[in-house]
Design a binder for this molecule. Structure first.
Ligand code: KG4
Ligand code: ZN
Length: 364
């Protein structure tokens, strides 16, 4: 039997300060012993989006407290950790630096190894933490800053076969919410109103479905929502039913694009003849029930196993960072105090970089 491994994880790449403890026991089973997230929604509310300077200061103020809470909830002390994993990018650089500095301090004080984790890798490995999914699998990573199809073959082995050429779906949800006077983060608010609306009243475009391949575009959708909103607005006010129908029309456009592009990505992936055909979804937008339902249907049609992590592990959290750290640790990865924070860090370095910047700074 293997020796148990216990990992502390830290996450601070966007607007959630988080720490968690994850353990693989002697039987090989993995358990999340604690998962603490301190969100910053209230701090950014007045600005209609994440303000990097405010985020960085809040991370620096709260990260120690998060670590303390995570250890307390796990009923463990720092010396009982095998290593310290920390998000080292991609993300808003001030926030990533807060986490990296804190982790370096803990590592220097305890002599525990340090492991820099790619935030996207954390999301992409989550279905292994939650469902024990075996490599390889196809991953659709959909969040506020990212949208890509990855073939996951190992904890540090990902190939990108498609992605957004502009906004991520989460950004489109957030911008749509802003246009319609809904609260941030926009995804849950838009989903709630969409459930009460007519998806057919406004026919929004399904960008890039006419183009081959798995690349996507979401920036035109918010412009379409803006135009439709302006047409139904009178005296600067909009009826609640109009908001609901706009949300519903917007969400169904996003679902259609993600579903059709997933079908194409699966076709490409299945051509590799994987032993267990599987699609997993991760990232904050994976919390969307209409998107999950659409993906589940494609997978059922194509005889592919579908995995979607529980909601708390879809949005940003440190359990996924601790878990990714654990896999990397087991594979022999170690960093030292020269670890640096990276605003841009693609998971697949062999593919051309994605363009533009999103809520979390530069696209990876
Ligand atoms: O993964 P995440 O917590 O942070 C990033 O790495 O970006 O994702 C946050 C994004 C936000 O844009 C939020 O609006 C979106 O996920 N989101 C949703 C839902 N819940 C969160 N989007 C659509 N439907 C949801 N239910
Ligand atoms: Zn994320």
């Amino acid at each position: 039997m293997a020796r148990p491994i216990t990992m502390l994880g830290l996450e601070s790449s966007c607007d959630d300060t988080a720490a968690a403890v994850v353990r693989r026991d002697e039987t090989g089973a993995v358990r999340v012993l604690s998962n603490v997230v301190i969100g910053q929604t209230d701090l950014h509310k007045a600005f209609g989006g994440v303000v990097p300077e405010i985020a960085a200061r809040a991370h620096a103020e709260k990260i120690d407290l998060c670590v303390e809470k995570a250890l307390k909830e796990a009923q463990l002390e720092l010396p009982e950790m095998d290593a310290i994993a920390v998000t080292a990018g991609p993300g808003l650089i001030g926030g990533v630096m807060s986490g990296v500095m804190c982790a370096k301090g803990l590592s220097a004080a305890t002599g525990k190894p340090l492991i820099g984790v790619n935030h996207l890798g954390g999301h992409a490995l989550t279905p292994r933490l939650t469902d024990g999914l075996q490599f390889p699998y196809l991953m659709l990573l959909v969040s506020g800053g990212h949208c890509q199809f990855l073939i996951a073959r190992g904890p540090d082995d990902f190939s990108r076969i498609g992605g957004t050429i502009d906004d991520a779906p989460g950004e489109a949800f957030d911008k749509t919410a802003r246009l319609l006077g809904l609260v941030q983060p926009g995804g849950p608010a838009v989903q709630k109103e969409a459930a009460l609306g007519d998806p057919k009243r406004f026919r929004f475009p399904r960008p890039m479905l006419d183009r081959a391949g798995c690349d996507m575009s979401f920036s035109g959708l918010k412009t379409a929502v803006l135009r439709a909103r302006n047409e139904v607005m009178t005296d600067d006010t909009i009826r609640l039913q109009d908001v609901r129908d706009l949300c519903s029309g917007f969400q169904s456009a996003v679902v259609d694009v993600l579903v059709e592009k997933s079908r194409r990505a699966l076709t490409l992936y299945l051509a590799e003849n994987p032993s267990i055909p599987a699609l997993a979804v991760a990232g904050g937008v994976a919390a969307n029930t209409a998107i999950r339902a659409g993906l589940e249907t494609v997978c059922a049609e194509m005889n592919v196993q579908f995995t979607a992590p529980p909601l708390a592990l879809c949005t940003d959290n440190a359990a996924m960072i601790a878990y990714a750290g654990l896999e990397l640790f087991e594979a022999g990865y170690r960093d030292d105090l020269s670890l640096s924070a990276r605003p841009r860090w693609p998971l697949d370095t062999s593919s051309a970089p994605m363009l533009g910047s999103g809520k979390k700074g530069a696209k990876a």
